[in-house]
Each structure stands twice: as structure tokens, then as C-alpha cells.
Write a protein that binds this ligand. Structure first.
Ligand code: GBH
Length: 459
């Protein structure tokens, strides 16, 4: 740690929460054990041509069998919080109805293990693994799925609510809706933009229905929120068509979910901007969707830089982005590294939406990491990514953003969805053939920052 890093650690207020995040299908493995049902990601991965090299999450990082080792690892890094998700098909193998207690037992053990080490659990109830039987009925395109989801959320809250006080209803419904039902590069692989809009509505409805049911079963000081993937949108130039397309991109990438959830209405003109029909909104839906939440979770990786289209008005999801900038740095995902994007996003949310609390629930980068076989993984670009983005957080807080915590994506390398195991986001390296965990240089750097933070705040 440099002296600038020590100063950075001291810039964060007392009580700021430092964590790391994962998701069930990406790390657990144990895919067909102890009564787990199948999910749309099992099905999608088994479909030829959908995931890089035909890979799947059957084993992943084998976290299902390595709870003790992994919670010990978190503790050794000094994490204050751990964000993980619950696999719905472990709890309700048919999606609804019969409860599989062995599934609940697994998360029960995880929660107890974390609490015993002083690590606060942040539980995501849905990180994309919809039970297959529900998809056979149409999945999120069907209104009934929202009610099935709220029932599932209540089952989990009833079991864990005596110990878990921090809940995230959904992870990135934009991705579930658009990548899953709109362009089909994620499960369930549907390609129908109208279906995406309808799925988005039912995801938000499920969120709103679940909020009071989670609260009813957890401690009075509990907080319930939702995590959205958001990206600040910048104009490449001053042309009026650029200003117009910036607004279109913002409506599609950010406001699709922000406006209904935090303002109680869809963005004016949004369905027309997509060239689609309104989703099937029923009376009272928007009131349910905008049920007050305790915090907004923000997942952010990059920015959007928009170049206005001169020839025609693009649809909101077909705005032109600027081609890779020669002087900029890109991660293995092809995403530009632009640290001010996170700061500007947090400040924009503070200004435009009445959010009382913000968390960055994911932020991180994929780079080509190599383990040299003797316990060392050098990843200087990830260290740099984390340092500069965390510096942006400090600036946002100083300028008034109510940011309460930060979770790095990810605790460990994992199944990167359609990219399979080819992209590594962890601050801990996974050697998949042996399942050995090796803390990367970035993991040691993060642990050092957390230690400096704790020292600064201990009397
Ligand atoms: C998250 O998705 C997921 O929650 C997590 O499971 C996943 O492993 C992690 O991030 C890393 O991918 O594509 O250039 O237009 C993030 C998905 C990434 C979708 C950024 C929107 C916009 C940039 N989002 N993306 S670009």
C-alpha cells in the first residue's frame, strides 16, 4: 500500500462497509445435489452454442462443498460484508410449492458461518437462476412468475430473517429482461424485444410484491433494496442529435428500471422510443413497484459514450456508441476503464432520485490473470482499477452521495455466464483443475486497504 492508499482509506467515514460479491450459479457447483432442481441457466448451458466452449456451472468454484474454507478466506481478507445469492431451485425445485429443506440448510450454514466471523451477509434473492418449470410456463413474460417469486422470497425470509437484515430482491433485472428475453444472449435465450419489456415489468412487480413480505419476516432494523446495473451516459460531442441520443441511451440503460421503482412511473415516451407496445400494466402495479425501499444497490463496470446518429432517430436500444478509444484501457470484457463514470453515476442518482442510501453492490474487472504455480498471481491492472474506482467513491461521498458500502465483483473467479470460465473477475484466483484458491495481488491490496480503514477508525 502506498501512502496515497492509506490516505484513501482514511477518506471513508466510520461505518462504511467493505465487501465482496458472488452469485449462486457462478460459484456453487453442486448443481444436482441435495434435491436442487434445475434452472434456466442449467438448460441454457446445456444448449450447444450458447456458452463459450460449452461450459456450465455444474462444478464452478465448488463453493457448495467449500463453505468453511471460503468463509475463512473472507475473514482472512478482512471483509466486513459478503453479498451472495440464493439459488431458487435449491429451495423450491419446482419453482413453487414443495420446499426442499436441504437447500435452506445450506444457506443457513453459510449465514451462521459468516456471522461467527463478524461478516455481515447481504442476501440477493434472485441472481438469474429461474427454476426451469417456471420457464416452461413462460418465465418472466408471465405475470404469475412475479407472484411465485414473492412466495419464494417469503420462504427464504422466514428461514433466514432472524439473522439476515440486509436483502436485495433482484440482481440487474435489466439483464434478465433484455439479455435473457430480448436478445437471448443469456438464459432463457428468447429473442423478442416485446417479451423483454413485458418480462421487465413482471420482474419489477415481483420485486414490489416481495418487499413487504421480506420485511414481515426479518428484524425491525432490516433493510430491503434492489440492485440495478447502471452506467453513466456521456455525450461524445455537442451536436443536438448527440444530446437526443444520450437521452435515449439513458432511458434504455438506466431509467427503464429507475423510474418505475423510484418515481412510480415509466419514462415518458419510453415504449414509443423502443418502437414497442406498453407492457401489460394493471391497476396498482406501479404503486406496488414503487413501494419505498431502504437502499438502491448499484452495479457498475463502465460508462457509455454516445455519438449521435445523423441519418435517423435510432430506437432507444440502438443508439451508437463511440468506437474503442486508442488511448483508453479496456478490460477482457471489452469494457472501457473509466473510473469517473462510477463517481458521476452516484452523484447523478443522488441528484435526480430520492435515494436515502446507496451501495455499490458490484464493481470490478476481468483481466488475463496467470498463476505462476507458487502462490502468486500478479494483477496490477485490477489493483489500478479498484484503486481509481474507490477514489471516485470517496469523491462522491464528499460531494454528498449517501454511499454506505462497496462490494468488489468478485470474491473469486467464477462462471462468467455466456463467457464461461474464460473471464476472471476474482480478487482470489481459482485453479479450476484443483479448486485451489490463491489470493491475487489485488486481494492483498484490498485487504490492506480495509486494514488501514479499520485502523483509522479504531480508537
Ligand atoms: C454483472 O453483470 C452480473 O451481475 C454478474 O453476475 C457478472 O458476473 C458481472 O456483472 C460481470 O459481467 O456491455 O459494453 O454495453 C453486468 C452486466 C455489464 C451489462 C455492462 C451491461 C454495459 C456495457 N452489464 N454492460 S456494454
Amino acid at each position: 500500500l502506498t501512502s496515497a492508499d492509506l490516505e484513501l482509506a482514511r477518506a471513508f467515514p466510520e461505518g462504511f462497509l467493505w465487501g465482496a460479491a458472488t452469485a449462486s450459479y457462478q460459484i456453487e457447483g453442486g448443481a444436482f445435489e441435495d434435491g436442487r432442481g434445475s434452472s434456466i441457466w442449467d438448460d441454457f448451458s446445456a444448449t450447444p452454442g450458447k456458452v463459450f466452449q460449452g461450459e456450465n456451472g455444474n462444478v464452478a468454484a465448488d463453493h457448495y462443498h467449500r463453505l468453511a474454507e471460503d468463509t475463512e478466506l473472507m475473514s482472512s481478507l478482512g471483509l466486513g460484508a459478503y453479498r451472495f445469492s440464493i439459488a431458487w431451485p435449491r429451495i423450491l425445485p419446482e419453482g413453487r410449492g414443495a420446499i426442499n429443506n436441504a437447500g435452506l440448510d445450506f444457506y443457513d450454514r453459510l449465514v451462521d458461518g459468516l456471522l461467527a466471523k463478524g461478516i455481515t451477509p447481504y442476501v440477493t434473492l434472485y441472481h438469474w437462476d429461474l427454476p426451469s418449470p417456471l420457464q416452461q410456463e413462460g418465465g418472466w413474460v408471465k405475470r404469475e412468475t412475479a407472484f411465485a417469486y414473492a412466495d419464494f422470497a417469503e420462504v427464504v425470509a422466514k428461514r433466514l430473517g432472524d439473522r439476515v437484515t440486509n436483502w436485495i430482491t433482484l440482481n440487474e433485472p435489466w439483464c434478465s429482461a433484455y439479455l435473457g428475453y430480448g436478445i437471448g444472449i443469456h438464459a432463457p435465450g428468447v429473442q423478442d424485444r416485446q417479451a423483454a419489456l413485458d418480462a421487465g415489468h413482471h420482474l419489477m412487480l415481483g420485486h414490489g410484491l416481495a418487499v413487504p413480505r421480506i420485511r414481515a419476516h426479518s428484524a425491525p432494523n432490516s433493510q430491503v433494496g434492489i440492485t440495478l446495473n447502471l452506467a453513466h451516459v456521456y455525450a461524445n460531442d455537442e451536436r443536438p442529435e448527440t444530446q437526443r441520443d444520450v437521452a435515449l441511451a439513458d432511458a434504455f440503460s438506466n431509467r427503464w428500471f429507475l423510474d418505475p421503482i423510484l418515481r412510480g412511473h415509466y419514462t415518458e415516451g419510453f415504449f414509443e422510443q423502443l418502437g414497442l407496445n406498453a407492457p401489460p400494466v394493471q391497476d396498482g402495479d406501479l404503486a406496488t413497484i414503487s413501494t419505498p425501499i431502504d437502499f438502491l444497490g448499484v452495479n457498475n463496470y463502465t460508462r457509455l459514450l454516445v455519438k449521435g446518429n445523423t441519418e435517423r432517430i435510432p430506437l432507444a436500444d440502438q443508439v451508437s456508441l463511440v468506437a474503442p478509444i486508442p488511448s483508453a484501457c479496456y478490460t477482457e470484457m471489452g469494457w472501457e476503464v473509466y473510473p469517473n463514470g462510477l463517481r458521476d453515476l452516484l452523484l447523478r442518482l443522488t441528484k435526480d432520485y430520492a435515494v436515502s442510501k446507496l451501495y455499490v453492490t458490484e464493481n470490478g474487472a476481468a483481466f488475463k490473470d496467470a498463476w505462476n504455480g507458487n502462490g502468486h498471481v500478479s494483477d496490477p491492472r485490477r489493483v489500478d482499477y479498484l484503486r481509481t474506482h474507490i477514489a471516485g467513491l470517496a469523491e462522491a461521498i464528499q460531494q454528498g452521495a449517501p454511499l454506505r458500502g462497496y462490494f468488489v465483483w468478485s470474491l473469486m473467479d467464477n462462471f462468467e455466464w455466456a463467457e464461461g470460465y474464460s473471464k476472471r473477475f476474482g480478487i482470489v484466483y481459482i485453479d479450476y483443475p484443483t479448486q485451489k484458491r490463491v489470493v491475487k495481488e489485488s486481494g492483498y491490496w484490498y485487504a490492506g486497504l480495509l486494514k488501514a480503514f479499520n485502523q483509522a477508525h479504531s480508537k
